[in-house]
Design a binder for this molecule. Structure first.
Ligand code: ADP
Ligand code: MG
Ligand code: MG
Length: 252
C-alpha cells in the first residue's frame, strides 16, 4: 500500500507538487491523468528518488515504511519500479547486460539468489517473446537507436524481470502504435496481482481501454483535483482538460 500525504516537492527551486494526497491499496491499479505540466512526471521522479527533486513537506509511506528516507537503490530493493516517460540511452552498455545487472542487484538486495547465466537467458527470452522483442535488439546498447515503441517495450521487459510490487508507468503509451499499445498493455496486465500496486500515468484515455484502472485521479497544478472510477477517464476524453488549468498549448 502506497500512502502519499500533503506532498510538496521542488525542482530547480520551483515548487511543482503542492499538497498532493493519494492512497493506492495493494492489488489496485490507479491511473493518474492530467494536463501537460501538471506534475505527473515530477510525482514519478519523487517516488523513484531521482536526484534534484526536493521534498519540502508531506510524507510518502510504502508498506508502512518511509519511502522518502530511502536511497533510490533501496527503493528498487523494496519493490519500487519506475518505467520512464523518456527512457535513457546508455551507449556503452548492451541492453542484455543492463537488464541482467539490474535484476541481479534487486534479487540480491531481496536476499534471493542471483540468476545464473542460463537461467537469466531463458527467462529474458521467454519474457521478450511475450512482448514481441527481438532478442537481437537486446544485444544492442541500451535504448540507443531504439524506436519509441521499442524503448517502451524494453521498459516493460525490465519491469517483468524485476517483478516489482509498486509499478509506476509514466506515459508508457506515448509513441506507441495500436499494436504496440496492445502488446505493452498485455505485458502490464500480466503483472497485475493482489500484492502489486500500480500507478499508470497517462495523458490519454486510450491506454485505459486496455489497462482498466480501479481508480482515476486528475492532477492539476501539483495536486489531485479530482478522483473517480474508470468513467472519469471517459469523461475527460470528451471534455478535455480545460477546466483543470493548463492546456496543450502550454505543454511542458
Ligand atoms: P507532466 O509530466 O504532468 O507533463 P512535469 O512533472 O514534467 O509535468 O512538469 C511539471 C512542471 O514542472 C512543468 O511546468 C515543468 O516545466 C516543470 N519542471 C519540470 N522539470 C523541471 C526542472 N528541471 N526545472 C524547472 N521546472 C521543471
Ligand atoms: Mg509532459
Ligand atoms: Mg510527464
Amino acid at each position: 500500500m502506497l500512502e502519499i500525504k500533503n506532498l510538496h516537492a521542488k525542482v530547480d527551486g520551483r515548487e511543482i507538487l503542492k499538497g498532493l494526497d493519494l492512497t493506492v491499496p495493494a492489488g489496485e491499479v490507479h491511473a493518474i491523468m492530467g494536463p501537460n505540466g501538471s506534475g505527473k512526471s515530477t510525482l514519478s521522479y519523487v517516488l523513484a528518488g531521482k536526484e534534484d527533486y526536493e521534498v519540502t513537506e508531506g510524507s510518502v509511506t510504502w508498506n508502512g515504511k518511509d519511502l522518502l528516507e530511502m536511497e533510490p537503490d533501496e527503493r528498487a530493493a523494496a519493490g519500487v519500479f519506475l518505467a520512464f516517460q523518456y527512457p535513457m540511452e546508455i551507449p556503452g552498455v548492451a541492453t542484455m547486460t543492463f537488464l541482467r545487472s539490474a535484476v541481479n542487484a534487486v534479487r540480491k538486495a531481496r536476499g534471493e539468489e542471483e540468476f545464473s547465466t542460463p537461467d537469466f537467458l531463458r527467462t529474458v527470452k521467454e519474457k521478450a517473446k511475450g512482448l514481441q522483442i527481438d532478442i537481437e535488439m537486446l544485444r544492442r546498447p541500451l535504448n540507443v537507436g531504439f524506436s519509441g515503441g521499442e524503448k517502451k517495450r524494453n521498459e516493460i521487459l525490465q519491469m517483468s524481470l524485476l517483478e516489482p510490487e509498486l509499478c509506476i508507468l509514466d506515459e508508457t503509451d506515448s509513441g506507441l502504435d495500436i499494436d504496440a499499445l496492445r502488446i505493452v498493455s498485455e505485458g502490464v496486465n500480466a503483472l497485475r496481482s493482489p500484492e502489486r500496486s500500480m500507478l499508470v500515468i497517462t495523458h490519454y484515455q486510450r491506454l485505459l481501454n486496455y489497462i482498466v484502472p480501479d481508480k482515476v485521479h486528475v492532477l492539476s497544478k501539483g495536486r489531485v483535483a479530482r478522483s473517480g472510477g474508470p468513467e472519469l477517464a471517459l469523461e475527460l476524453e470528451k471534455s478535455g482538460y480545460a477546466e483543470y488549468g493548463q492546456d496543450e498549448a502550454s505543454a511542458a
